[in-house]
Design a protein around this ligand. Sequence first.
Ligand code: C2O
Ligand code: CU
Length: 505
Amino acid sequence: TVGPQATLYVTNEFIAPDGFRRSASLINGVFPAPIISAKKGDNFKLNVSNLLSDSTMLRSTSIHWHGILQRGTNWADGPVGISQCPISPNHSFLYDFKATEAGTFWYHSHYGTQYCDGMRGALVVYDPDDPQRMLYDVDDETTILTLGDWYHYPSPSLETFPQADATLINGKGRYPKGELADLSIINVDYGKRYRLRIVSIACDASFTFSIDNHPLTVIEADGESVVPVQGIDALRVFAGQRYSVVLVANRPVDNYWIRAMPSVEDDEDPLGTYEGGLNSAILRYRGAKDLEPKTKLTQDIVLRETQLHALINPEAPGRPTQDGGDKNLHFAITYNEKTEMFAINGKSFEPPKVPVLLQLLTGTRPEELLPKDSIITLPRNKSISISILPGDFDAPHPFHLHGHSFSVVRSANTPEDPTPRYNYLNPVRRDTVNLGDEDSGSNVTIRFRTDNPGPWIFHCHIDWHLERGMAIVFAEDPEETRNLTHPPEQWHYLCPTFDNLPESL
Ligand code: C2O
Ligand code: CU
């Protein structure tokens, strides 16, 4: 664990988290990256020192602090081509921003598919006055479970849509034909209550998360409190999403499997495949033997997607908003099999050479921003409504918006639950929402207020999809962006084009 002010060293190391050795791109030499732990109101000063040396992977870098709103500090948001140029090898860059919100976040490289090679970890902002804490009075709120998919070869060498080789919980797991590598162990005391922070650091996979014999209470989604939902047997966590759940350790003292079953493309892997410990971690009560659990996945485990759809924002809303946003956007996603590219409203996203923020700061007019047709200018202080149709590509698409949480006013229906779900009164707020599953073809509608000037990327968090163009950028209040965002001197030097910039900068 590191505090809010730290240097993060990015290096290449050989690791074998699931028993298979490969070169990885790591932060402070570990996978997952160290937990960054801060308190609400803290100043983050995170100095990223790029010491990458392995040319089979990307050697420049950049880090995004997923879920942090970056009010007034858009330049510190991280995505290459949007808010900065990459940090080249043997250079460092200081990200300086504020922890304005408490909650469960994460951080990862936002350069190409680099985070799939290892640069991803949890970031938690604690709040001593957290209302959930008072509601639940948990005995411990520090347990973090990162769920990640893991690949045996560097991302640039993988096929377009690769299958992961293993699932790692807190960086440990076993690939199907591998040795019995160590598993992560979560120790609990009988009779105590624990807030577990479940953080998907996946590049692709969604996970069905459960703990044998322990129903859970959901209290947080993506850094936002929710009205507690009790009795959850299992929850599906998509790439980039987080949940906090309360676990009551009131079962017989023993070992229990903590499961994160990955989505599998061909559906031929029945749940049973993962019995016996594959892709799992261990919940161990104090006093239990140092053995692997013998608990079984019960067949009547219920994936209560409907209950998760019904997640509710506990803070009463100002007013119902079914009248529509001030601005209504409709996005349709398409996939071109020849080019293997995705497009939003016909346009595939490719990061521009000059970051959108730099274009804005050097006086480019909003309608001339590059990449053309991938940038939507949004006016200040308006309610923006976005409806997205997932198209027919056979996969989920968890969409993430930078710089905002949004309200999910219409959530996806699923094959099991075909009724559309609307909530205009007290919809859950979050920062990553999954579009409808393969067969349902339903659209999802989100809303947010343009109260945070800056260019913000909106993209599918399956990194292989982002790489293939599934993104769009909102230039939120370009004028205020110029007035409010003052990157430090050092930021300008990240861009090789700096020499050609006008004096005025
Ligand atoms: Cu978690 Cu654009 O990122
Ligand atoms: Cu996608």
